[in-house]
Design a protein. Structure first.
Lengths: 95, 485
């Protein structure tokens, strides 16, 4: 099943990626080529095979519930595009 | 021998014998980078001030009686390892102006061992690529032929070490990004077992596949670097808590009785026959050193690329959601609302290949497609792992080509990204299975380097380095330098 222009626009929206008008047709073609490559998977018989999420089958380690980090807000906000009074600034969300 | 021609091991001797100081060596290499790198574009940032201060401190530590193997050793980091107060760009516009607020564990460990950081190295944007052509800072040239790619994604690391700008560098390998550029530039490069080297502070591409490792001119130098880079790190939740081997001591083990497997799938259609011959030449040499050889099968290898191009983009689409123009990096001009801010910052900040992979991943994870793509790919991943587990019941080591082709011309594969994806056919399986792999020089075809890949069971990095070192004791391929460098 080939992706159409509207599918690509929907995927771009889900990924919050702004594509220019000029980028859409080429992106559609390329994504269809890549999906063509990926679809070769469907011919593989994987009946009863447990999916492998972690090569060593490790599970998440737990740690003691203790404070280990110090507050570094100033250092982290020094590299932000826009901050004020310790807050990150974005365009108004609620009218 | 000029200072820039020295290996890490030779530098350690030179420093210990007071032939030169770390400061003299650093000044000499900084001058060489400035003079030579414009031909290659291998550095994104040269950290002159940091390097000179680290060199001074290394000289002081040595004067006070310390004598570590890496004390005063000059290196550089792939530009996805966070370095405190230094631009860490991932070769992307979206990290414009991002001076990391902390050091990656790898950076911290190597600095503690006394290495001197000369700079940050060019790469494919977010490590997505096999040619180092997707960098926001422009393509890197292969010092063996400046019209050809150095491989990727650790292409800057490979070009800088191959051109003798630095003796060794860090890299990362998600689908072959250390081994493939090492092969195309006549270096030795090691991808350790998943979890062996901390990923903390290493900007993520595909978290279940990414692994950091060294690129150097021989196996001995890779052993020196790995010893300092590897080890358990509580800050990385997938770091493995298992003791390190003594990689340097393991180098001298004799190879008598080593059982080598040649997977028939690695020598089939698609492989440049001249590369196949070089690989068999390496096998003959190892037989002389006492190894035995048998043919084996890894029947699911052909499914690795499709599975990889689901798993890696899926994980990337999730990992790269953090680049949103709010907390750091690039933000678009005059956003009209929050959605516009996200979409334009990301649309303008990411390059074409990164956007492609984010979209493939977003699609594969979207409602209704998850089982058909992501789960299916993870099932294939297990089949690939099972192939290796079965093979390693019969043999100690697997040998094959690192790449199907020689380094290609810059721009040659740009029109069809899928054709470039196929270049990773021999390397991707090690990432999916999580096993360690090493590429080392195996000779030349048409004046271009050929790499041979060695694969070993989990946590047997010492074995890989040992076999590569023993081979390098009886051959000269790895000592060849590109003309003009």
């Amino acid at each position: 099943m080939a992706l159409e222009r509207s599918d690509v626009e929907k995927i771009a929206h889900l990924a919050r990626l702004g594509l220019t008008e000029a980028e859409v047709p080429q992106t559609t073609d390329t994504l269809n080529n890549i999906l063509g490559l990926i679809d070769a998977m469907q011919a593989v018989d994987t009946t009863g095979i447990e999916p492998l999420a972690h090569p060593l089958e490790a599970t998440q380690r737990l740690r003691a519930d203790m404070v280990t980090e110090t507050n570094q807000r100033e250092a982290y906000q020094a590299i932000a595009p826009a901050v004020e009074s310790g807050l990150y600034l974005v365009p108004k969300v609620i009218e | 021998m000029s200072m820039h021609e020295l290996t890490l091991r030779q530098i350690a001797s030179g420093l210990a014998n007071k032939d030169f100081s770390a400061t003299e060596l650093t000044q000499s290499l900084l001058a060489r980078i400035q003079a030579v790198d414009p031909q290659l574009n291998s550095f994104i940032t040269v950290t002159e001030e940091l390097a000179l201060s680290q060199a001074k401190s290394a000289d002081e530590r040595r004067a006070a009686g310390e004598n570590g193997a890496l004390l005063g050793a000059p290196i550089a980091h792939k530009d996805l390892f966070c370095t405190r107060n230094v631009l860490t760009s991932c070769a992307s516009k979206i990290l414009s102006g991002f001076k990391a607020p902390y050091d990656a564990t790898v950076v911290e460990k190597l600095a503690a061992a006394g290495t001197v950081t000369l700079g940050k190295l060019n790469m494919d944007e977010f490590a997505m690529g096999s040619a180092n052509e997707s960098s926001h800072f422009g393509p890197v040239k292969n010092p063996w032929d400046l019209t050809r790619v150095p491989g990727g994604s650790s292409g800057g690391s490979a070009a800088a070490v191959a051109a003798r700008l630095i003796p060794a560098a860090t890299g990362t390998d998600t689908g072959g990004s250390i081994r493939q550029p090492a092969a195309l530039t006549n270096l030795t490069g090691l991808k350790p077992t998943y979890g062996r080297v901390s990923r903390w502070g290493m900007i993520a591409y595909a978290s279940s596949l990414d692994q950091g490792g060294p690129l150097a001119r021989n196996a001995e130098d890779c052993a020196l670097l790995l010893q300092a880079m590897a080890g358990f790190d509580p800050k990385d939740s997938t770091s493995v808590d298992q003791p390190l081997d003594d990689y340097l001591a393991a180098l001298s083990q004799p190879l008598a009785g080593l059982r080598i497997g040649l997977p028939r799938e690695y020598f089939g259609a698609g492989l440049d026959a001249r590369i196949g011959e070089k690989v068999l030449g390496v096998v003959e040499e190892l037989k002389k050193l006492g190894a035995t050889v048998k043919e084996i099968s890894l029947p699911n290898m052909q499914h690795a690329i499709p599975a990889y191009y689901v798993i890696a983009p899926a994980e990337a689409s999730s990992n790269l959601s953090r680049f949103d123009g709010v907390r750091f990096g690039y933000r678009c001009e005059n956003p009209v609302n929050l959605e516009d801010l996200y979409k334009r910052s990301r649309g303008e900040g990411f390059g074409t290949e990164v956007k492609r992979r984010i979209m493939v991943g977003t699609y594969a994870l979207s409602a209704g497609y998850y089982d058909a793509y992501y789960i299916k790919a993870q099932q294939i991943r297990r089949l690939i792992k099972n192939d290796f587990v079965a093979a390693f019941n019969e043999v100690d080591l697997i040998i094959g080509p690192t790449t199907p082709n020689l380094a290609w011309k810059i721009g040659e594969k740009n029109a069809d990204p899928v054709s470039a994806y196929l270049e990773d056919i021999y390397t991707i399986t090690a990432n999916l299975a999580g096993i360690p792999g090493l590429s080392m020089p195996a000779g030349f075809v048409d004046g271009l380097p050929v790499g041979v890949q060695l694969l070993a069971p989990y946590f047997q990095e010492a074995r890989l380095l040992n076999v590569a070192h023993q081979y390098q004791q009886v051959t000269e391929w790895h000592t060849q330098a590109p003309t003009g460098f």
